[in-house]
Ligand binder design. Structure first.
Ligand SMILES: NC(=O)c1ccc[n+]([C@@H]2O[C@H](COP(=O)([O-])OP(=O)(O)OC[C@H]3O[C@@H](n4cnc5c(N)ncnc54)[C@H](O)[C@@H]3O)[C@@H](O)[C@H]2O)c1
Ligand SMILES: [Zn+2]
Length: 356
């Protein structure tokens, strides 16, 4: 097992990464201050892993809520089921909400924990690659609105993150690849050595080599933890973690939540960001090609959906959370491993990057 730390003063917490961690009470229970735990999961993950988790919560009052599975259920209406469960069980302010599942469950359970009685304890037990390398770390929580992705939310850090790599064995290939998109992101924005490692090890990752997966998860979490520790509330450099996301969120919203997976949309979004960066003269042709090639090697899409127009992209991109004073800001690349946030891009060149 590897233990990393997210360094946030009084709100610091550990990330445990390794096989066979579900059900290890000595890892979980020091981070559960009260006696009451609500496990939030979904109809796919609960049958697979709830029983394995329960020994880790032995001796506590455990309630569970099982949500429907899918990005299209990440909304305020379904969120209410978590509040219903908390209130029906009369959970108090010392209770803990524990997310067992992918990023959708984690974001929803986290927002419920952030808002129930103005904030209760939260624990993340991520079960997708995407959640283990990204969404479980850093405290962003929330739900979608019909008009914009992740538009309702709060920052609320977990007390610990327990990433059991054994859970990845049941993940569908398409989901594994979607997680790899966020892994590639860390290489592109700040870790060129990791990008090179990914070029050399992509086939091991796709083959689910446990050592390769563990290394990718650790290196990703280390990058995420460093960025979050430096800029918890996204006043500056944390925005770099949104490489590909302004384009990607537009794709997710534009095609209907759940049709393109988040990681797939981000993969295409990173290619679009690389394309615009090259048009601006910031990224070399060779580095743009290397970016597209690694994303292709991972079996991820590089081209925007055929049904989306430039106009639709521009409308959807205008509701991005990085918009400030009406000015759109994008994460672009100066080189592989060097991303920047910029409002200073050429609108004409952006138009060339977008579909006709
Ligand atoms: N909070 C953040 O910082 C942050 C960062 C990145 C992404 N996100 C959010 O995360 C979400 C995407 O997360 P995701 O990719 O994990 O999607 P997801 O939660 O929808 O999980 C993907 C699918 O895998 C299933 N699943 C989960 N674990 C499994 C397992 N071990 N075995 C078999 N099936 C399993 C799920 O039921 C689901 O069908 C998006 O809503 C995105 O906005 C949040
Ligand atoms: Zn993402």
């Amino acid at each position: 097992m590897q233990t990393l730390h997210v360094d946030l003063g009084a709100r610091s917490y550990p990330i445990y990464i390794g096989p066979g961690l579900l059900g290890r009470a000595e890892l979980l229970q020091p981070h559960i201050p009260g006696r009451q735990v609500l496990v939030v999961s979904n109809e796919t993950v609960a049958p697979l892993y709830l029983q394995r988790l329960l020994p880790g919560l032995d001796g506590l009052q455990v309630e569970t809520v099982v949500l429907p599975d899918g990005e299209q259920y990440k909304n305020l209406e379904v969120l209410n089921r978590i509040y219903d469960a908390l209130l029906q069980a009369r959970f108090d302010r010392q209770c803990t909400v524990l997310a067992l599942g992918g990023g959708v469950v984690g974001d929803m359970a986290g927002f419920a924990a952030a808002s129930y009685q103005r904030g209760v304890n939260f624990v993340q037990v991520p079960t997708t690659l995407l959640a283990q390398v990204d969404s479980s770390v850093g405290g962003k929580t929330g739900v979608n609105h019909a008009l914009g992705k992740n538009m309702i939310g709060a920052f609320h850090q977990p007390r610990c993150v327990l990433a059991d790599t054994d859970t990845l064995t049941t993940l569908e290939d398409r989901q594994l690849k979607a997680g790899i998109a966020e892994v590639i992101k860390y290489g592109l924005i700040r870790d060129p050595a990791f990008f090179q490692w990914l070029q050399a090890n992509m086939s091991r990752l796709l083959g689910r080599d446990p050592a390769a997966l563990s290394e990718a998860i650790e290196r990703s979490c280390r990058n995420k933890a460093e960025v979050v520790a430096a800029d918890e509330l996204e006043a500056g450099q944390r925005a770099l973690l949104n490489l590909g996301h302004t384009f990607g969120h537009a794709i997710e919203t534009g095609t209907g939540y759940g049709n393109w997976l988040h990681g797939e949309a981000v993969a295409t979004g990173m290619c679009m960001a690389a394309d615009l960066s090259r048009r601006m003269g910031w990224l070399s042709e060779a580095e743009q090609a290397a970016t597209e090639s690694l994303i292709t090697q991972a079996g991820l899409p590089t081209q925007p959906p055929v049904e989306m127009t430039a106009k639709q992209f521009l409308q959807l991109m205008a509701v991005d959370k990085k918009v400030e004073a009406g000015r759109m800001r994008l994460v672009l690349l100066r080189a592989i491993g060097a991303a920047v946030v910029s409002a200073d891009f050429d609108a004409g060149k952006l138009r060339e990057t977008l579909p006709d």
